[in-house]
Design a protein around this ligand. Sequence first.
Ligand SMILES: N[C@@H](CCC(=O)N[C@@H](CS)C(=O)NCC(=O)O)C(=O)O
Length: 237
Amino acid sequence: MAGRQAVKAYLDLVSQACRAVLIFLKDNKIPHTVENIAIRKGQQKTPEFTKLNPMQKLPVLEDNGFVLTESDAILKYLATAYNVPDHWYPKLPEKRARVDEYTAWNHANTRTHISTLFLHEVLLPRMGHPTNPEMLEKALSDLDGTLDKLENMFLKRQAFLCGEDISLADLLAACELMQPLCGGRDILENRPKLLSWRSRVQSVLSDSFDEAHAVVYRLRDNLNADKPYRYSKQSAL
Ligand SMILES: N[C@@H](CCC(=O)N[C@@H](CS)C(=O)NCC(=O)O)C(=O)O
């Protein structure tokens, strides 16, 4: 990549999509710089950032003047434009299609249900709105259906979501499934198959995974220290 400048990633690591991009950049040693944009301070809404991404969302990637949004597109672009191991986004059409199959499903399933849970369990309470028990239960039950599918379909006979090696699908899914820790909840605690898969993902990514998730661990630890009580179906009865 002679003559190529380091890519610039605009990120807030509270966002699961941003963590996936950072882990990919670090794990593949793609030269990069990070511009921190704090969502909680509304920095994604400044006129300057809006020029970059009119959607006012993160992550955003800038590569030699080429600006790209959407974590899925960013990861696939990086995997295609840079010299990274093939397992991330295989060139073989059938294998690549398996990754595309998961990432398309991810948007309407893992991503959607995790975001809804995060909204009800973390964001709204922080904005002063009490947790709505029914909405929370609905979010948890929808998410349960997605976790069942991850276990019984994607991980049915293989170590990773799309085969025997880690791919972009695992990276996106693992970052999503860590998000409820921000509210003190490990949604995988009673799911041994998904727990083993997460350990495999973590051991492949080693330090980059924990570094990107430091903010998530911090939020979980603060919550456990300040607020041992958390809403649960049982405690509401
Ligand atoms: N589909 C997009 C989602 C982008 C997105 O919703 N980003 C969130 C953080 S995870 C954001 O920037 N939110 C700020 C806001 O909505 O104001 C992706 O995967 O990149």
